[in-house]
Design a protein around this ligand. Sequence first.
Ligand code: GDP
Length: 525
Amino acid sequence: MSILTEADRRRSFAVISHPDAGKSTLTEALALHAKVINEAGAVHGKGGRQGVVSDWMEMEKARGISITSAALQFSYRDCVINLLDTPGHADFSEDTYRVLSAVDSAVMLLDAAKGLEPQTLKLFDVCRHRGIPVITFINKWDRPGREALELCDELVERIGLQPMPLTWPVGAAGHFRGVLDVPEGDFIRYQRTDGGATAAPETRLDPATAEAEQGEDWVRATEEWELLAASGGEFEPERFFDASATPVLFGAAVLNFGVRHLLDLLVDLAPKPAPRIDADGEPRPLDAEFSAFVFKVQTGMDPAHRDQVAFARVCSGEFERGMVVTNATTKRPFATKYVQQVFGQQRSTVDKAYPGDVIGLVNASALRVGDTLFAGKPPVRFPGLPSFAPAHFAVARPADLSRAKQFRRGVDQLAAEGVVQLLKSDLRGDASPVFAAVGPMQFEVAAHRMEHEFSSPVRLDRLPYSAVRRLPDPAQRALVDSGRRSEVLTRADGVDLALFEDEIAMRILVRQNPELTLEPLVAEG
Ligand code: GDP
């Protein structure tokens, strides 16, 4: 098969959700339908349906330090689907956001009883900023929850995203019978299986039969859907591609309800890999020679030896294990003898990969997040990865003052690698920079590495800030610094960030100083 054909059948996506919405369960269910594994229970042996994803996270957590995000690859119909993991829970970090620079679409997974939750909103902001098309999956419909219409309204009202349901639930949350297949007008009845261990059988019924069988529930579902259709909810693919609207599916991952629909949607509709724009603004054709960019570097995944794995998304060409590629940043060659696809506890060696795929490069201590790898000539370089709005801040000081030199070297290195962002201000001085992070776990990683790699243990004192904005006008620094619950710090790229204890503190300062100009900070670079 040609490279273009291979690229054409790739779908690379991530799930954006709040902890407990059911991401691990959905991942399992997808893999079950895609027949990578036949029984959900088979992956982990013991009873209970615990995802491969969460198993791995537990393993990482037990070791205390590294954060995981890799890809699960499975085939469905004639497609190869790459599901990139977005670490959540305590592992939520800048890496979680960076994963979104390596996908072509996202599935926003909502708990039917909860709707939009904070972590989902943060991740959605990044998708919106990058223009990533989003499919919405409303999960746990088998349990009592909110009204379907209310959940749809919430998308419009809170994030300005028009829902375009492709299925509509029949039976209120808690009495889930099946769905109205919107494009066909049919009823799809779901049947429970024991513990959700096998794909749920589906029966398709025409509307008349559905009404005779489901009565009021069917009528209500069609009426609700018509109501939504009348307010802009008709499906239009272009609005999905331009990310102004989202196809919506209802389901219950734990019962495998709605999961096949999601897979079909990914295959039929989700964007394929597109030529990536390089640092000069030129699109790199998919069938150009091999190129990829590193979106995550992880240390010490294998307890037996402290190795470093760099995860890269292939952007063009064919990757073959053993090929020698060039790192565009250092201009040095990198031998890819050990390349793996990593997911769960298993590692399997990969021989070939195509645009959209993720490769894990082992022994990759020379690779950094944002690096471009390429084969052949001329060289290509993709733009570095953006930095994201931090939400946690801590002042770093050397615990041992006699090791100030090591401290400085370590801090600069960690900042260069994107482990934490580095902020400074004249008021605080150079000796005590501020670490900024998306998730607090990044501080743990930084502290661990400062001590063990740079022999300079650090003291980290948390700062009470949680809200951050960009301050475009340097003349207004004093204004923010004069606030009791705010301060300005400068990022390594020269951008001034205004930090506030919380959103309220920010609003009070803006109210007192209407001339103060602040800009939202999502993702930059
Ligand atoms: P994650 O934190 O997003 O990975 O969530 P998990 O997949 O671990 O799920 C969190 C909890 O919700 C678990 O107890 C799951 O069994 C449960 N869960 C997931 N999907 C469903 C669903 O469709 N229906 C119900 N009732 N429970 C679900």
